[in-house]
Ligand binder design. Sequence first.
Ligand SMILES: NC(=O)c1ccc[n+]([C@@H]2O[C@H](COP(=O)([O-])OP(=O)(O)OC[C@H]3O[C@@H](n4cnc5c(N)ncnc54)[C@H](OP(=O)(O)O)[C@@H]3O)[C@@H](O)[C@H]2O)c1
Length: 310
Amino acid sequence: MQTRIDAKIGWIGTGRMGFVMAQRLARAGCDLTVWNRTRAKAEPLAQDGARIANSLADLGGCDVVFCMLATWDDVKLVMAGPGGLLSHDVRALRAVIESSSISLQGSAELRTILAARGIDLLAAPVSGNAKVVAAGKLSFVVSGPRAAYERARPLFERIGQSSTWVGEGELARTVKICHNVFLGVVAQSLAEVTVLAQKAGVPRHAFLGFLNQSVMGSMFTRYKTPAFVNLDFRVTFTPELLRKDMDLGLELSRRLDVPMPLAVISREQIQSLIGHGFAEQDFAALLALEARASGMELEPEDAQPDDGLS
Ligand SMILES: NC(=O)c1ccc[n+]([C@@H]2O[C@H](COP(=O)([O-])OP(=O)(O)OC[C@H]3O[C@@H](n4cnc5c(N)ncnc54)[C@H](OP(=O)(O)O)[C@@H]3O)[C@@H](O)[C@H]2O)c1
């Protein structure tokens, strides 16, 4: 049986990820107030029972506030900038749950800023795109005070399928950065072998259909298969956000003297994707770039592969 949630919850950021994550809390019947810089993007959540804030001051009475923005600069501005959350009366606020993919340094700075106000920080980045969230399969990796994590656990359970507490401080950021470096490398490798198989005569749906059932198949290869087969590169995650994560990983690797040759090459390939005009498309367009480099013109295939999410 799930624990009852009485907390007043605030939510900052209803982009591609934040919207569906907040929606799952609202649909679970939580007391939720949502703020987004572009208010219109948050408004549909009113139909799910959420209150739509006019200003960050409306989140002042919340016990816990989630944050899902793009970069550390955005998080810092919204939390501690002029007119930011902390410039309002936040005496009720016990914890901030910060889920954007940001650097360890940014996260540590945020922890210090919040600690000065007696507020706990849970660093809680996530694995999965918006479709994964909607299917209830999002995974959180969490670090920060254990007691705050235990209190927040029922919230993570309402949003996703799992939360893993990995320790104190910013450890969850390290895990997320490593996870996304792996994502970049795997995405590039998947593009390469799919183009190789196709150039040798194997249709993409047949190749990926086998791969997904093999020991190399994963939730990621399965849910990216429709995009690869139908050449549907509508954004789930932009090349620029992925480049940011590759850069965070490489920065960490340099600091710790860890060679990451595959990550370096994949990072440059993502850079090329942006330069070739795919910045507004999904990072799965690495497939199109690889095909171009192989002298191939790809066509959508007439197939409806399973994405493994339904
Ligand atoms: N997409 C994925 O598959 C995925 C998966 C896991 C983790 N992530 C990470 O999750 C985070 C969010 O990703 P996303 O794909 O949801 O990004 P997104 O769609 O670009 O949404 C970004 C959100 O941040 C807000 N924002 C940006 N700059 C701001 C500023 N200066 N002040 C106030 N609000 C600002 C945007 O508000 P507006 O609506 O007003 O623009 C929007 O709500 C990123 O750190 C990303 O790396 C993404």
